[in-house]
Design a binder for this molecule. Structure first.
Ligand code: NOJ
Length: 737
């Protein structure tokens, strides 16, 4: 990870720096601290209640106010009635859509398509800005390797490189350019840093991340966001190495400001400056304010502690005026860069056409679906040969649930459910028998099972919509047992007795542990929470109008106890191999031996996931041949070019995500057994071939080393290319000393 000097435009930014200095010279301490103060308000009298503080310059930002008339009234006061006329940052969690909702971020990540991710963010920005919002708290780029953690739904998965590429695309989609525009949003890279490592997958929990892991796994996506020009960062709720992120001068000053030259603003998470006291880190709010302000948190999200305590700290000389000016300057820079100071912020852009939005949401949903199983070509279904299908399950017709978590503004009325889409697609051709079977995914009442079985028996195939409602994932919605909730597994087994093909469609905000039930499906589509247009995307995929192309952005465990499980694990000194794994059922009753395999595996789950990172089936087949490198020896500072021929050897057109992995065989620190370094989505007609080319520079092989510097090390590297993280089509190359 290099230096971000070139991405920092401070100093030659269209006069922005001198305008900031000019303002700072004219502002009082109270007005300066106002820029660091984010407030919330609700009820019928928001304008009246906030007007005096905004007029006095004591508020720089508001959160969760969504009525455009109210927003415009507040902006009018800030711009025309306050002394310096500085507009407000209007913050809202626009995570995967505003009124029109795209798939969950984890679903968007399954597209492995930066264009789609960028376009979804662009659409969200256009919709949200039309209602006065100008700042979103996304992308969430916490590496997420523990699906018990409910916030995995909001993440881009387990991999630093994939998360970095897609997170940067999201930043570009929200912000469009460094100078913003009326229909853009300032983005926020969150949560800095390591939140995804919350112990036991329990939200807000402590994290234990050694510096090697932090810098090689958790930080790279944040650096990618800085390179993409992200305007703001948010601190994590969690502590890391005993220091809450909101007070971490290591993270906020050393890494973010000094090493990466970030010159935007950092916002605390919700009340997390005050929570330094709750952590047992600061004795009171005064000390919490001191810690956060000196570490480098610009904006206090709704806590009010900066407003209350920063003045006294400045008067006591514990926080210098220069420090305050740095913090305020960083906030003003965000406002200048976003163009807020130079346009009429009350002139809102128009809402994008609904059809444009729906088409985008549909395309994203199509690409987010991952086909995990397809025995004997069960899918696609053929509307010409089927006479009826049974559509069963608690999630077949739930307009709100399919939107997933973080949809404060999502309009469930525009959702098209899978049942609605199937009805309109199959009308007059294939009969649909719809039975819910279970009230919710978590209900335990089996009263509807027999009616569901009856529908299955009368139909040619069963399509079962199961998984988790939106409320079972997201912030503070964690689970210890990540199997299908309630009695859904029993429902699946019950339906199997009908003897008809069972096609599962799982809607969920996390990878579920499906090992105990996977054989109950003839085919299985993982749909995540697919958003507004999830229904048509699923219906089209079931019937082959869309060929599935999604790939898993996160490994799927066989059972809950395997987590965290991820493809880039460490070799260890005793790596498991298929021949060393012993299953608990294979241990003889009278066994006396104490050594069982002596490698790193679970007696009841082995060591492999149920479905690996990068995995996803298609209705066509792809062949990988002729892997070649332009050379097998490079020197530091040089590149190697890898090429492969991809052929669509099946019968229909389809898209494949070609993935390139490497392994640094020996290094000064133990390295992952595989690391994703490149990928490309390629669409091919049947019979068509394409030579796919990837260039890797030695900088791409750099890591944070034993001597605590970044760089690649000479030696041997394995390189593989294929359709998932287990591909064994490989070769090797060397960086010569
Ligand atoms: C708390 C969450 O952790 C954060 O991600 C979100 O942006 C803020 N609340 C604001 O709603």
């Amino acid at each position: 990870m290099g230096n971000a000097q070139e991405v920092s435009a401070a100093g030659n930014d269209n006069g922005i720096e001198s305008r900031i200095r000019d303002l700072l010279e004219r502002m009082t301490l109270e007005q300066k601290i106002g820029q660091l103060n984010q407030v919330q308000a609700w009820g019928d009298n928001i304008v009246e209640s906030l007007a005096p503080a905004i007029r006095a310059g004591r508020v720089g930002s508001v959160i969760n106010i969504v009525d455009p008339n109210v927003i415009n009234a507040l902006q009018h006061i800030a711009v025309h009635e306050s002394e310096h006329g500085i507009p407000l940052l209007i913050a809202r969690d626009v995570i995967h859509g505003y009124h029109t909702v795209a798939p969950l971020p984890i679903g968007q990540a399954a597209s492995w398509n930066p264009e789609v991710v960028r376009a979804c963010a662009r659409l969200s920005a256009q919709e949200a800005s039309a209602f006065g919002v100008n700042w979103t708290f996304a992308p969430m780029i916490d590496i997420s390797r523990d699906p018990r953690w409910g916030r995995i739904a909001e993440s881009l998965g387990e991999d630093p490189y994939l998360t970095g590429v897609l997170g940067a695309a999201m930043v570009e989609g929200f912000q469009v350019s460094e100078t913003g525009g009326a229909d853009t949003l300032v983005a926020c890279a969150k949560h800095f840093a390591g939140y995804g490592a919350s112990e036991a997958g329990r939200d807000y929990n402590t994290t234990n991340i050694p510096e090697n892991e932090l810098r090689n796994v958790y930080l790279p996506p944040f650096f990618a966001a800085v390179e993409a020009g992200v305007g703001t960062f948010m601190t994590s709720f969690s502590d890391i190495d005993g220091i809450p992120a909101t007070a971490s001068d290591f993270l906020l000053d050393q890494v973010l400001r000094k090493e990466w030259s970030f010159d935007g603003a950092v916002v605390s998470d919700w009340d997390s400056i005050h929570q330094l006291v709750v952590h047992g880190f600061s004795e009171n709010d005064v000390e919490a304010t001191y810690e956060a302000a000196t570490a480098g948190v610009e904006i206090d999200m709704i806590g009010g502690v900066y407003e209350r305590h920063l003045p006294e700290l400045v008067h006591q000389g514990r926080v210098s005026m220069q420090r305050v000016d740095e913090l305020v300057g960083n906030v003003l820079r965000v406002k200048f860069r976003a163009g807020l100071m130079d346009r009429d912020v009350t002139e809102l852009p128009s809402v994008p056409p609904r059809m444009t939005a729906l088409n985008m949401a549909r395309e994203a949903a199509e690409q987010s679906l991952v086909l995990l199983r397809n025995e004997h070509g069960t899918l696609p279904l053929n509307a010409e040969t089927l006479s009826s299908i049974a559509v069963i399950g608690p999630l077949a017709d739930e307009p709100a649930e399919q939107l997933g978590t973080w949809v404060f503004d999502g309009d469930a009325e525009r959702s098209v459910t899978p049942l609605a889409a199937l009805n309109s697609m199959l009308e007059g051709t294939v009969e649909i028998r719809h039975v819910r079977g279970l009230e919710t995914t978590r209900s335990k009442d089996k009263g509807g099972f027999d009616e569901a079985l009856c529908a299955a028996e009368q139909s040619d195939a069963v399509v079962l919509f199961i998984g988790e409602e939106a409320i079972l994932s997201g912030e503070a919605h964690c689970r210890a047992d990540i199997t299908l909730p309630g009695v859904q597994e029993d429902l699946i087994r019950h339906l199997r007795s009908a003897g008809k093909p069972v096609i599962g469609v799982v809607l969920a905000g996390r990878p579920l542990a499906l090992g105990g039930i996977i054989d109950g499906f003839d085919a299985l589509i993982y749909a995540w929470h697919p958003g507004t247009m999830g229904g048509p995307a699923i219906a089209d995929t079931l019937f082959g109008r869309v060929v599935p192309s999604g790939k898993l952005p996160v490994s799927f465990p066989t059972m809950s106890g395997q987590v965290p499980i991820y493809y880039g694990y460490k070799q260890t000194g005793r790596p498991a191999t298929p021949d060393t794994v012993i299953h608990i059922d294979e241990i003889p009753a009278a066994a006396t031996q104490t050594s069982l395999g002596m490698t790193t595996f679970h007696l009841d789950a082995g060591y492999e996931p149920l479905f690996p990172f990068g995995f996803g089936l298609s209705y066509t087949d792809f062949a990988y041949t002729d892997l070649a490198l332009d050379r097998h020896h490079i020197r530091m500072g040089e590149s190697v070019v890898a090429e492969i021929t991809l052929t669509n050897s099946g019968a229909v057109a389809g898209a494949e995500v070609v993935q390139l992995y490497i392994r640094d065989r020996f290094a000064s620190l133990t390295r992952p057994i595989r690391e994703l370094k490149r990928f490309e989505r390629v669409t091919l007609e049947p019979g068509e071939s394409r030579r796919v080319r990837f260039e890797l520079h030695t900088d791409d092989l750099a890591f944070f080393r034993r001597n605590k510097t970044y760089g690649a090390e000479p030696g041997a590297f394995d390189l593989w290319i294929g359709g998932d993280s287990t591909t064994d089509l490989g070769t090797e190359f060397h960086i010569d000393a």
